[in-house]
Ligand binder design. Structure first.
Ligand code: C2E
Ligand code: CA
Ligand code: CA
Ligand code: CA
Length: 278
């Protein structure tokens, strides 16, 4: 008779090896890409709901692979987070976003804040505050022009020391936004323990709003509650005119989405700024 254990083992091993090998090669490719500076930032405009004016940008990272193709963050941020490589990568992103915004300011193109995403490991980095303040000072960008987007999970996992670090950055003028609101479990009142200026409603709610009355009620309630707590609200993933009409009726403050502009390469930002200004 065949040995069940052995045959299962034989079936299982190649898969495990491939997975491990794939992880290893992604890790070493990421490491090389950080050394070779193969990351680029694209910028998505934030738009005022009431006036449709440009209010700032969110920086989003892209990896330019060896073959020139762009790799999206969903494919490498989790591995960067798992391996700790998010720390050097996050510093590259923060430096590049601050320098780019400072340059656009000097050139007179825009004088607006830039948002940078931080993942959990970065928020828990005890050197976050020191590094961010050094990067700001070196870039010449005023601290009031930097916003950091954090997630609920990152805040939950953080230690008391982290809250102090966030308060220190906040005292220097840096602002914090809560990303993907609605996908986690935290209440807005819990979030008030942190210096959070605004929440971003996850695009799953925004996109469900028009078809699904429950999603619409949730968006409406989130906006009212946030305003009662003196927080601003930004809607993510706005793709249609109908969604914009709902957000206007609910007095949402700002929005981002393909309806206005996708995340855009640096070379195309001047034309985009002109289009949004007209
Ligand atoms: P996120 O911070 O929630 O970013 C919003 C995502 O929605 C972006 O995907 C953006 O390209 C996409 N998006 C914008 N407008 C629309 C729209 O109208 N419709 C749809 N369907 N999607 C829209 P992206 O750039 O692929 O980034 C995915 C996630 O990767 C981000 O989610 C963020 O969590 C993470 N990420 C991106 N850049 C960075 C970074 O520099 N550092 C860290 N730690 N994470 C980053
Ligand atoms: Ca974000
Ligand atoms: Ca999101
Ligand atoms: Ca996200």
């Amino acid at each position: 008779a065949r040995d069940q254990g052995t045959s299962r083992f034989e079936l299982y091993t190649p898969d495990m090896e491939t997975h491990a090998a794939r992880q290893l090669s992604l890790e070493s490719r990421l490491r090389r890409a950080i050394d070779a500076d193969q990351f680029e930032l694209v910028y998505q405009p934030k738009i005022e709901v009431e006036t449709l004016k440009l209010a700032g940008f969110e920086a989003l990272v892209r990896w330019r692979g060896e073959d020139g193709a762009l790799i999206s963050p969903g494919e490498f941020i989790p591995a960067a987070e798992e391996t700790g490589l998010i720390i050097p990568l996050g510093e590259l992103v923060l430096r590049s976003a601050c320098e780019q915004m400072a340059a656009w300011r000097r050139e007179g193109l825009v004088d607006l804040p830039v948002s940078v995403n931080l993942s959990g490991r970065q928020v828990s980095d005890p050197h976050l505050s020191r590094k961010a303040l050094a990067i700001l000072a070196h870039s010449g960008l005023p601290s009031s022009h930097l916003k950091l987007e954090l997630t609920e999970t990152a805040l939950f996992r953080s230690t008391p020391g982290i809250r102090e670090a966030l308060l220190e950055l906040h005292a220097a003028g840096v602002r914090f936004l809560l990303d993907d609101f609605g996908t986690g479990y935290s209440s807005l009142s819990y979030l008030k323990r942190f210096p959070i200026e605004a929440i971003k409603i996850d695009k799953s709610f925004v996109q469900g709003m028009v078809e699904d009355p429950d999603a619409a009620s949730i968006v409406n309630a989130i906006i009212n509650m946030a305003h009662a707590l003196k927080m601003r609200v930004i809607a993510e993933g706005v793709e249609t005119q109908e969604q914009l009409i709902f957000l206007r009726a609910y007095r949402c403050d700002r929005m981002q989405g393909f309806l206005f502009a996708p995340p855009t390469a640096v070379a195309d930002i001047p034309a985009l700024v002109r289009r949004l200004a007209s």
